[in-house]
Design a protein around this ligand. Structure first.
Ligand code: V55
Ligand code: FE
Length: 491
């Protein structure tokens, strides 16, 4: 193609930008809390070239690494650069797209046979003093956290065997170990999953492989103090379909979901499988924890069908966002029993992009935050992002009692996944920082980063940073405090 397609994935807020730039000393309204010092890294997909196929998805955009940096004196700077993946470099050299459909190498230009096709566009991950850019279809790329330069594909110093690494790792707050997995670990449509642990320095200490009930789009997982928990939802891949040039993912409304649970330092042969409802889909878990009765509670942002329009199309489904149902759902698995049932309760309304304080990872927790769509919005939402419409409600929920506080954005506005910045003050819940998009008139788009008091989101932002340059929607972000940046292994 010579031009970007005239589809929601490539127009409006999703129109490609493809520009690397730096902005210094941004304008701030309000006061930046003294505890907010460090870097907010974000992963932003942005296709550098018009795609080979008209029906391409925003999920295939080249990864860009963006940083909002809060300097020691409260100065705020912004930078964004491409991840120099092998794929991006091959396309830049050719001056056009060479990689075809989402996660289907059989549709690529023959000149890039065997070239790593990940775009590293989903989550910036900080662990062991290293910054990685991740996407679940391949291995991570290591980045220089100061210059945003790409250092290359990352295999934990030659130790990782899995060909893939999730974009959703879990870091234990006590041990600082990083728990992660990679699905399709040995190739396309495989049911092999690698389960891995890296110690606090980032050394890969464990890698074990197991089989899932079927090859599934395993986007996220969770840990507790004693377990590793692997949810499996019925969005499946098929090698023959891929070879025929078809879609990687098809969602099945008649297929069961599963949750595999094993001792987190145990052997994969100890995995116990619990059977969940048919047809449901979750991208992100908020948290998971054990109670004193030996039950495991997993809180996840579930919907009654896969939310991505391009996956629905491939599956012969057409469920608009407002009919996806679901909610913030708790599944409870009893590890003391012997059957494979789980129970389900609803904690909060439908939404996604959950965030908890790092200290609460895998533990009983009193509060979490996520994004939703305001049912009382007096006007249209802002179209854009990867699901079609942006979220416009920031929620704080107390999972124990269902209490919810919210900050509502006006029509034609959107909010992206917040990062959480902890506070050292006793009883203070810390801060949330989110990028926001707001149409203020016919063609007047405001974009910025807003800081909220995490314990009082309803009060609205305590500070607003204006970004005077168009931004493409982010996927996930990661907060790295200054003290951690100072311990970076890369200078
Ligand atoms: C997601 C995002 C992806 C992807 C698969 O948010 C799932 C979910 C940005 O890429 O490839
Ligand atoms: Fe995700």
């Amino acid at each position: 193609m010579k031009q970007y397609p005239d589809t929601p994935d490539f127009t409006g807020i999703n129109a490609p930008i493809g520009e690397e730039y730096s902005l210094k000393n941004l304008e701030v309204e309000g006061e930046i809390p003294a505890e907010v010092r460090g870097a907010f890294y974000r992963a932003v997909p942005d296709p550098a070239f018009p795609p080979m196929f008209e029906d391409d998805t925003a999920l295939s955009g080249d990864g860009m690494l963006s940083r909002l940096y809060f300097g020691p004196d409260g100065q705020v700077d912004f930078d964004i650069r491409f991840v120099e993946t092998a794929r991006h470099q091959a396309e830049v050299a050719a001056g056009k797209a060479l990689f075809g459909r989402y996660r289907n190498p059989f549709t690529d230009d023959p000149s890039v046979d065997g070239v790593d096709r990940t775009v590293a566009n989903t989550t910036p991950v900080w662990h062991g003093g290293r910054l990685l850019m991740t996407k679940e279809d391949g291995r991570a790329y290591e980045m220089n956290p100061h210059t945003l330069e790409t250092l290359g594909s990352y295999d934990f110093g030659g130790v990782l065997k899995s060909e893939t690494m999730t974009a959703h790792v879990r870091i234990d707050p006590a041990t600082k170990e990083m728990f992660f997995f990679g699905y399709e670990a040995d190739g396309l449509a495989s049911s092999k999953v690698a389960y891995c642990i890296a110690d606090r320095e980032g050394t890969l200490t464990h890698e074990q492989w197991f089989d899932v009930p079927y090859c599934s789009m395993m986007h996220d997982f969770v840990i507790t103090e004693n377990y590793a928990v692997f949810p499996v939802y019925p969005t499946t891949a098929d090698l023959e379909r891929l070879k025929a040039g078809g879609d990687h993912w098809v969602h099945h409304m008649d297929l069961e979901s599963w949750v595999g649970i094993m001792p987190r330092y145990g052997d994969v042969s100890e995995m116990r499988w619990f059977r969940g409802p048919k047809g449901v889909s979750t991208y992100h878990m908020m948290n998971c924890f054990e109670d004193e009765e030996g039950r495991v509670h997993m809180d996840h942002c579930m919907s009654n069908c896969n939310a991505f329009p391009f996956i629905q199309r491939a599956s012969g489904l057409n469920v608009p966002p407002q009919e996806l149902g679901g909610g913030l759902i708790r599944w409870t698995m009893d590890m003391t029993g012997s059957d494979d049932n789980l129970t389900q309760v609803t904690l909060g309304p439908p939404g996604d992009m959950p965030r908890i304080a790092d200290k609460d990872q895998g533990r009983p927790y009193q509060r979490g935050w996520y994004l939703s769509v305001n049912p009382e919005l007096k006007g249209p939402p802002l179209m854009g992002g990867v699901v079609g419409a942006e979220f416009n409600l920031l929620l704080r929920i107390e999972p124990d009692n269902g209490r919810i506080d919210a900050y509502a954005f006006p029509p034609l506005s959107g909010i992206h996944e917040p990062v959480h910045v902890p506070s050292a003050r006793d009883g203070h819940e810390g801060w949330l920082i989110s990028f926001v998009d707001m149409m203020q008139g016919e063609d007047d788009l405001y974009q910025g980063a807003w800081i909220f008091d995490a314990g009082n989101v309803a009060a609205g932002p305590v500070a607003k940073i204006t970004i005077p340059h168009r931004l493409r929607p982010q996927v996930h972000g990661w907060w790295v405090p200054q003290a951690e940046l100072d311990k970076s292994v890369r200078k």
